[in-house]
Design a protein around this ligand. Structure first.
Ligand code: MN
Length: 468
């Protein structure tokens, strides 16, 4: 007979640590209750992958709302968490579907009210003892709200400021849930909803040791996939072969799914920042930009590498590549708790412009960039999501905290021309090099340090199978 752990691994993420998982999730909810000190209702996703777009079913084995994932570890749709710091008897209630044997026949094991064994698993992984039918949520909420000292209710939705104006993500499940709650509050003549986003992110963004070790595991699988792909590169003729091979190598070693669909962009395709068509043949003088990564439990790797199709950088590609790499190294040296991402941005894009001036224009190079100022931010936050933190990136103007994980991804996109030793190089090129860093009080740890990126390392790897 299968053990309970094996049966339910598909549902719980980060849940394999036994009683540690329980303590960890309970600890996170406790801290949120202390910070907010009010009644809170938080929703999971109402449906799984492809639920709203059945014609475009996405392979996405980890799909939970990251806040729910962070607070419970549950990867099953249609759950609501009610946190009630006032209550002495039951300060947390998890609302879930009732058991549905017909659905189980199709989808395999799920947990639900009416299935005692599954609820035992829910309690043992999440640490939440009070699990009820989701259909009772509205009545329980009304009753709990009426007993509150502060008569208000908190929930999570994503909002921020953009050019001085408040704005929100209004198309996701969090906002739908907010609107539903607001309707109920109005009919109960209760005060308006409070957004718990700020406190939630303050607690969630600094990673703990378990997260960092999972992030490292994601880096290891991603890096190995890259190395094996590069060694076999001479077998590939187009972008989709590279994508298929690389993703296969990563997915063979993790059941948690890709961090995002890979970008595999040859030549000028690399100048489309979110290129995912991945259907072009490449020619031998081009460079290939790949942006890829796998998840491990709830953590993500988000890596970009750029290399020459031929296995050897030409002299112009070398110069441009070194400019981007130089900027990346400078950012890594400066990154630490207390520094703002916007300071990293300034350093990065100044460094690239200086590099172009001193190492390219100075030797007769001509170029036209495809952007003004900056093509994109050099860093975004990472964690439960590949792009974590507020989606409006207001965090870029805050001092980073110890434990924050960020990307470090300078890029250069444009048309470049250089005459060198009697030969003219004229190419549309996109170069990006991306690593992932974790902040500490005195610097940062580069989690991607084992993934080859210097010209020497890349050329050596690409040559290793050719001679063999
Ligand atoms: Mn990134």
């Amino acid at each position: 007979m299968k053990t309970m752990k094996k049966v339910y691994t598909g549902i719980f993420r980060d849940g394999e640590a036994g009683s540690f998982a329980k303590r960890r999730f309970r600890g996170r909810r406790k801290k949120l209750m202390v910070k907010e000190d009010r009644l809170m209702a938080i929703t999971g996703v109402p449906y799984g992958p492809g639920g709203k777009t059945t014609w475009a079913y996405a392979y996405c084995p980890t799909y939970q709302e990251p806040a729910m994932m962070y607070l419970t570890g549950i990867n099953q749709n249609n759950v609501i968490l009610l946190l009630d710091p006032d209550s002495k008897v039951s300060d947390e209630i998890l609302f879930v579907d009732s058991r549905d044997r017909k659905l189980e026949f199709w989808e395999g094991v799920r947990f639900g009210v009416g299935d005692d064994q599954s609820l035992k698993a829910v309690r043992s992984v999440t640490g939440i003892q009070d699990v009820r039918d989701i259909r009772a949520f509205k009545d329980v909420l009304k009753e709990r709200l009426s007993k509150q000292k502060k008569k208000n209710l908190g929930t999570l939705w994503l909002e921020g400021t953009r050019r001085g104006k408040t704005c929100a993500i209004t198309t996701d499940h969090n906002y739908d849930f907010k609107k539903k709650l607001e309707g109920w509050l109005r009919s109960w003549k209760a005060p308006a909803l409070q957004n718990i986003m700020k406190n939630h992110f303050e607690l969630r963004l600094p990673l703990d040791k378990y997260d960092v070790s999972n992030a490292l595991k994601a880096q290891e699988i991603t890096g190995n996939g890259f190395k094996v792909m590069l060694k076999n590169f001479r077998n590939f003729k187009n972008e989709c072969q590279v994508q298929g091979f690389l993703e296969g190598q990563m997915l063979m070693h993790s059941p948690y799914g890709l961090s995002y669909p890979s970008i595999v962009a040859s030549g000028s395709n690399a100048n489309i920042l979110h290129y995912t068509k991945n259907d072009d043949d490449f020619s031998k003088n081009e460079m290939l930009l790949i942006d890829f990564g796998i998840r491990w439990m709830t953590m993500h790797a988000d890596i970009t590498r750029t290399f020459p199709v031929s296995g050897r950088f030409n002299p112009m590609q070398k110069i441009l590549y070194e400019i981007v790499l130089g900027a990346q190294i400078a950012v890594e040296k400066k990154a630490r708790a207390g520094v703002m991402i916007d300071e990293l941005n300034k350093l990065c894009w100044d460094k690239i412009n200086q590099g172009l001036k001193h190492n390219f224009t100075a030797i007769g190079g001509k170029f036209k960039l495809l952007y003004k100022g900056r093509p994109h931010g050099v860093s975004h936050l990472m964690g439960e999501q590949e792009h974590d933190g507020d989606p409006f990136r207001n965090y870029s103007q805050q001092s980073m905290k110890s434990g924050w994980m960020i990307s470090n991804e300078p890029g250069l996109y444009g048309e470049f021309r250089l005459r060198l030793n009697g030969k003219t190089y004229d190419e549309k090129i996109g170069i990006r090099i991306e690593d992932n860093l974790v902040m500490t009080s005195h610097g940062c740890v580069n989690l991607s340090s084992k993934i080859p990126k210097t010209i020497k390392q890349i050329e050596k790897l690409m040559a290793s199978r050719k001679e063999g």
